[in-house]
Design a protein around this ligand. Structure first.
Ligand SMILES: NC(=O)c1ccc[n+]([C@@H]2O[C@H](COP(=O)([O-])OP(=O)(O)OC[C@H]3O[C@@H](n4cnc5c(N)ncnc54)[C@H](OP(=O)(O)O)[C@@H]3O)[C@@H](O)[C@H]2O)c1
Length: 236
Protein backbone atom coordinates (compact mmCIF):
# COMPACT_ATOMS: atom_id res chain seq x y z
CA UNK A 1 0.00 0.00 0.00
CA UNK A 2 1.24 3.48 -0.79
CA UNK A 3 2.03 5.56 2.28
CA UNK A 4 1.26 9.24 2.60
CA UNK A 5 3.88 10.20 0.01
CA UNK A 6 3.84 6.86 -1.79
CA UNK A 7 6.75 4.52 -2.13
CA UNK A 8 10.23 5.13 -3.52
CA UNK A 9 10.15 3.25 -6.83
CA UNK A 10 13.06 2.75 -9.25
CA UNK A 11 12.62 1.45 -12.80
CA UNK A 12 15.64 0.67 -14.98
CA UNK A 13 15.32 1.51 -18.67
CA UNK A 14 12.43 3.86 -18.01
CA UNK A 15 12.90 6.24 -20.92
CA UNK A 16 10.89 4.23 -23.47
CA UNK A 17 8.87 1.08 -24.10
CA UNK A 18 7.69 -1.07 -21.21
CA UNK A 19 9.86 0.70 -18.61
CA UNK A 20 8.37 4.10 -19.44
CA UNK A 21 4.83 2.77 -19.11
CA UNK A 22 5.73 1.11 -15.78
CA UNK A 23 7.16 4.39 -14.46
CA UNK A 24 4.05 6.31 -15.58
CA UNK A 25 1.76 3.79 -13.86
CA UNK A 26 3.51 4.21 -10.50
CA UNK A 27 3.46 8.01 -10.89
CA UNK A 28 -0.32 7.86 -11.48
CA UNK A 29 -0.71 5.78 -8.30
CA UNK A 30 1.03 8.47 -6.25
CA UNK A 31 4.46 6.89 -5.74
CA UNK A 32 7.83 8.71 -5.80
CA UNK A 33 9.24 7.41 -9.04
CA UNK A 34 12.74 7.45 -10.47
CA UNK A 35 13.70 5.86 -13.76
CA UNK A 36 17.07 5.29 -15.35
CA UNK A 37 17.97 6.09 -18.93
CA UNK A 38 21.14 5.21 -20.76
CA UNK A 39 21.22 7.60 -23.70
CA UNK A 40 18.45 10.21 -23.66
CA UNK A 41 16.53 11.51 -20.63
CA UNK A 42 12.74 11.26 -20.88
CA UNK A 43 10.76 14.46 -20.44
CA UNK A 44 8.36 13.08 -17.89
CA UNK A 45 6.91 13.74 -14.51
CA UNK A 46 9.46 11.60 -12.63
CA UNK A 47 13.12 11.73 -11.64
CA UNK A 48 15.35 10.59 -14.50
CA UNK A 49 18.85 9.35 -13.66
CA UNK A 50 21.54 8.36 -16.10
CA UNK A 51 22.75 4.77 -15.72
CA UNK A 52 24.27 2.10 -17.91
CA UNK A 53 23.56 -1.18 -16.10
CA UNK A 54 26.77 -2.71 -17.46
CA UNK A 55 28.69 -0.39 -15.10
CA UNK A 56 28.65 -0.98 -11.32
CA UNK A 57 29.88 2.60 -10.82
CA UNK A 58 26.91 3.96 -12.82
CA UNK A 59 24.51 1.78 -10.83
CA UNK A 60 25.93 2.96 -7.52
CA UNK A 61 25.79 6.61 -8.61
CA UNK A 62 22.19 6.26 -9.80
CA UNK A 63 21.14 4.77 -6.46
CA UNK A 64 22.89 7.60 -4.59
CA UNK A 65 20.90 10.16 -6.62
CA UNK A 66 17.61 8.34 -6.04
CA UNK A 67 18.28 7.86 -2.32
CA UNK A 68 19.08 11.56 -1.93
CA UNK A 69 15.85 12.58 -3.65
CA UNK A 70 13.38 9.87 -2.58
CA UNK A 71 15.00 7.83 0.20
CA UNK A 72 15.86 4.13 -0.05
CA UNK A 73 14.36 2.28 -2.98
CA UNK A 74 11.39 0.23 -1.77
CA UNK A 75 10.17 -1.08 -5.13
CA UNK A 76 12.72 -2.03 -7.79
CA UNK A 77 11.76 -2.92 -11.35
CA UNK A 78 14.63 -4.39 -13.36
CA UNK A 79 13.55 -3.75 -16.91
CA UNK A 80 16.58 -2.56 -18.93
CA UNK A 81 17.34 -5.12 -21.60
CA UNK A 82 18.62 -5.72 -25.11
CA UNK A 83 18.48 -8.40 -27.75
CA UNK A 84 20.92 -9.24 -30.52
CA UNK A 85 19.29 -12.04 -32.49
CA UNK A 86 21.22 -14.47 -34.62
CA UNK A 87 21.25 -18.23 -35.14
CA UNK A 88 23.83 -19.74 -32.80
CA UNK A 89 26.26 -20.73 -35.55
CA UNK A 90 26.48 -17.08 -36.59
CA UNK A 91 26.39 -15.66 -33.05
CA UNK A 92 29.68 -14.20 -31.88
CA UNK A 93 30.90 -14.73 -28.33
CA UNK A 94 30.77 -10.95 -27.95
CA UNK A 95 27.06 -10.92 -28.86
CA UNK A 96 26.37 -13.69 -26.33
CA UNK A 97 28.30 -12.11 -23.48
CA UNK A 98 27.06 -8.56 -24.09
CA UNK A 99 23.39 -9.63 -23.99
CA UNK A 100 24.11 -11.58 -20.79
CA UNK A 101 26.03 -8.63 -19.35
CA UNK A 102 23.12 -6.21 -19.82
CA UNK A 103 20.14 -8.47 -19.14
CA UNK A 104 21.42 -10.81 -16.42
CA UNK A 105 24.60 -9.40 -14.85
CA UNK A 106 22.97 -5.94 -15.11
CA UNK A 107 20.09 -7.30 -13.01
CA UNK A 108 22.58 -8.72 -10.50
CA UNK A 109 24.28 -5.30 -10.17
CA UNK A 110 21.06 -3.38 -9.68
CA UNK A 111 19.40 -5.87 -7.33
CA UNK A 112 22.52 -6.22 -5.20
CA UNK A 113 22.77 -2.46 -4.79
CA UNK A 114 19.07 -2.20 -3.85
CA UNK A 115 19.29 -4.86 -1.15
CA UNK A 116 21.32 -2.71 1.25
CA UNK A 117 18.42 -0.32 1.85
CA UNK A 118 15.73 -2.98 1.68
CA UNK A 119 17.44 -5.12 4.32
CA UNK A 120 17.75 -2.11 6.61
CA UNK A 121 14.05 -1.34 6.11
CA UNK A 122 13.12 -5.06 6.35
CA UNK A 123 10.90 -4.42 3.37
CA UNK A 124 11.29 -4.55 -0.38
CA UNK A 125 9.59 -5.49 -3.64
CA UNK A 126 11.80 -6.59 -6.52
CA UNK A 127 10.33 -7.35 -9.94
CA UNK A 128 12.44 -8.64 -12.80
CA UNK A 129 11.23 -8.33 -16.39
CA UNK A 130 12.00 -11.61 -18.11
CA UNK A 131 10.27 -12.90 -21.25
CA UNK A 132 8.02 -15.70 -22.48
CA UNK A 133 11.02 -16.98 -24.45
CA UNK A 134 12.85 -17.73 -21.17
CA UNK A 135 10.81 -20.91 -20.83
CA UNK A 136 9.90 -21.84 -24.39
CA UNK A 137 13.07 -20.73 -26.20
CA UNK A 138 13.13 -19.07 -29.61
CA UNK A 139 15.21 -19.77 -32.70
CA UNK A 140 17.72 -16.94 -33.10
CA UNK A 141 17.50 -15.86 -29.48
CA UNK A 142 19.84 -18.25 -27.63
CA UNK A 143 21.68 -15.36 -25.93
CA UNK A 144 18.49 -13.47 -25.07
CA UNK A 145 16.52 -16.54 -23.90
CA UNK A 146 19.47 -17.71 -21.76
CA UNK A 147 19.67 -14.28 -20.12
CA UNK A 148 15.92 -14.18 -19.48
CA UNK A 149 15.87 -17.76 -18.10
CA UNK A 150 18.77 -16.76 -15.85
CA UNK A 151 16.60 -14.03 -14.34
CA UNK A 152 14.16 -16.68 -13.11
CA UNK A 153 16.91 -18.58 -11.29
CA UNK A 154 18.19 -15.30 -9.88
CA UNK A 155 14.73 -14.25 -8.66
CA UNK A 156 13.89 -17.59 -7.07
CA UNK A 157 17.24 -17.82 -5.28
CA UNK A 158 16.79 -14.29 -3.88
CA UNK A 159 13.20 -15.08 -2.91
CA UNK A 160 14.61 -17.86 -0.72
CA UNK A 161 17.51 -15.77 0.62
CA UNK A 162 15.46 -12.71 1.62
CA UNK A 163 11.84 -13.85 2.04
CA UNK A 164 12.10 -13.87 5.82
CA UNK A 165 13.43 -10.29 5.73
CA UNK A 166 10.29 -8.83 4.19
CA UNK A 167 11.66 -8.77 0.64
CA UNK A 168 9.76 -10.42 -2.21
CA UNK A 169 11.27 -11.14 -5.62
CA UNK A 170 9.04 -11.91 -8.59
CA UNK A 171 9.28 -12.15 -12.35
CA UNK A 172 6.99 -10.81 -15.06
CA UNK A 173 7.36 -12.64 -18.37
CA UNK A 174 5.88 -10.57 -21.20
CA UNK A 175 5.13 -12.04 -24.58
CA UNK A 176 5.58 -10.02 -27.75
CA UNK A 177 4.83 -6.42 -26.77
CA UNK A 178 4.46 -3.36 -29.00
CA UNK A 179 7.72 -1.43 -28.40
CA UNK A 180 10.89 -0.57 -30.34
CA UNK A 181 12.17 -4.08 -29.56
CA UNK A 182 9.33 -5.84 -31.41
CA UNK A 183 9.42 -3.19 -34.20
CA UNK A 184 12.75 -4.70 -35.23
CA UNK A 185 10.95 -7.84 -36.47
CA UNK A 186 9.89 -8.09 -40.12
CA UNK A 187 6.13 -8.03 -40.78
CA UNK A 188 6.32 -11.69 -41.76
CA UNK A 189 8.06 -12.65 -38.49
CA UNK A 190 5.51 -10.65 -36.47
CA UNK A 191 2.53 -12.24 -38.27
CA UNK A 192 3.93 -15.71 -37.63
CA UNK A 193 4.42 -14.94 -33.91
CA UNK A 194 0.94 -13.40 -33.59
CA UNK A 195 -0.53 -16.63 -35.02
CA UNK A 196 0.85 -18.39 -31.94
CA UNK A 197 -0.85 -15.98 -29.48
CA UNK A 198 -4.32 -17.16 -28.35
CA UNK A 199 -5.46 -13.56 -27.71
CA UNK A 200 -4.49 -12.83 -31.34
CA UNK A 201 -2.47 -9.65 -30.94
CA UNK A 202 0.67 -8.14 -29.43
CA UNK A 203 0.56 -6.98 -25.84
CA UNK A 204 0.86 -3.31 -25.04
CA UNK A 205 3.23 -1.82 -22.44
CA UNK A 206 0.34 -0.72 -20.18
CA UNK A 207 -0.74 -4.36 -19.84
CA UNK A 208 2.75 -5.31 -18.63
CA UNK A 209 2.80 -2.30 -16.28
CA UNK A 210 -0.48 -3.44 -14.75
CA UNK A 211 1.00 -6.83 -13.73
CA UNK A 212 4.14 -5.15 -12.38
CA UNK A 213 2.06 -2.75 -10.31
CA UNK A 214 -0.03 -5.62 -8.95
CA UNK A 215 3.07 -7.54 -7.81
CA UNK A 216 4.51 -4.43 -6.15
CA UNK A 217 1.44 -4.37 -3.89
CA UNK A 218 1.65 -8.02 -2.79
CA UNK A 219 3.24 -9.30 0.41
CA UNK A 220 2.68 -13.06 0.07
CA UNK A 221 3.68 -13.71 -3.54
CA UNK A 222 7.37 -14.40 -4.03
CA UNK A 223 9.41 -16.44 -6.51
CA UNK A 224 6.49 -16.32 -8.94
CA UNK A 225 6.75 -16.03 -12.70
CA UNK A 226 3.70 -14.20 -14.06
CA UNK A 227 3.19 -14.58 -17.80
CA UNK A 228 1.63 -11.55 -19.52
CA UNK A 229 1.65 -12.93 -23.02
CA UNK A 230 -1.88 -13.38 -24.35
CA UNK A 231 -1.55 -17.09 -23.61
CA UNK A 232 1.46 -17.65 -25.88
CA UNK A 233 3.46 -19.45 -23.20
CA UNK A 234 0.67 -21.61 -21.78
CA UNK A 235 1.95 -24.90 -20.45
CA UNK A 236 5.55 -23.78 -20.12
N1 LIG B 1 8.98 -5.81 -26.37
C1 LIG B 1 8.84 -7.10 -26.21
O1 LIG B 1 8.25 -7.80 -27.06
C2 LIG B 1 9.35 -7.78 -24.96
C3 LIG B 1 8.92 -9.08 -24.69
C4 LIG B 1 9.38 -9.72 -23.55
C5 LIG B 1 10.25 -9.07 -22.69
N2 LIG B 1 10.66 -7.81 -22.97
C6 LIG B 1 11.61 -7.21 -22.04
O2 LIG B 1 11.06 -6.03 -21.49
C7 LIG B 1 12.11 -5.09 -21.20
C8 LIG B 1 11.81 -3.77 -21.88
O3 LIG B 1 11.70 -4.03 -23.25
P1 LIG B 1 11.15 -2.97 -24.32
O4 LIG B 1 10.42 -3.74 -25.34
O5 LIG B 1 10.52 -1.84 -23.62
O6 LIG B 1 12.55 -2.56 -24.97
P2 LIG B 1 13.05 -1.20 -25.64
O7 LIG B 1 11.90 -0.38 -26.08
O8 LIG B 1 14.08 -1.64 -26.60
O9 LIG B 1 13.74 -0.45 -24.37
C9 LIG B 1 14.85 -1.02 -23.74
C10 LIG B 1 15.20 -0.19 -22.54
O10 LIG B 1 16.36 -0.75 -21.89
C11 LIG B 1 17.35 0.26 -21.78
N3 LIG B 1 18.70 -0.30 -21.84
C12 LIG B 1 19.23 -1.12 -22.77
N4 LIG B 1 20.51 -1.40 -22.47
C13 LIG B 1 20.80 -0.73 -21.33
C14 LIG B 1 21.96 -0.60 -20.52
N5 LIG B 1 23.10 -1.21 -20.82
N6 LIG B 1 21.88 0.16 -19.41
C15 LIG B 1 20.76 0.79 -19.10
N7 LIG B 1 19.62 0.75 -19.81
C16 LIG B 1 19.65 -0.02 -20.92
C17 LIG B 1 17.09 1.19 -22.96
O11 LIG B 1 17.73 2.44 -22.75
P3 LIG B 1 18.17 3.34 -24.04
O12 LIG B 1 16.91 3.99 -24.56
O13 LIG B 1 19.10 4.32 -23.47
O14 LIG B 1 18.77 2.41 -25.01
C18 LIG B 1 15.57 1.25 -22.91
O15 LIG B 1 15.13 2.11 -21.90
C19 LIG B 1 13.40 -5.73 -21.70
O16 LIG B 1 14.07 -6.35 -20.61
C20 LIG B 1 12.91 -6.78 -22.68
O17 LIG B 1 13.81 -7.84 -22.80
C21 LIG B 1 10.24 -7.14 -24.08
Amino acid sequence: MAGEQGRSVLVTGGNRGIGLEVARRFVREGDRVAATYRTSAPEENFLAVQCDVTSSADVDQAFKEVEAAHGNVEVLIVNAGINDDQLLLRMSEESFTSVLDTNLTGAFRVVKRSLKGMLRAKHGRIILISSAVALRGEAGQANYAASKAGLIGLARSLAREYGSRGITVNVVAPGLTATDMSQALTEEQRDELVRQIPVGRLGNPAEIASAVHFLAGQSYITGAVIPVDGGAGMGH
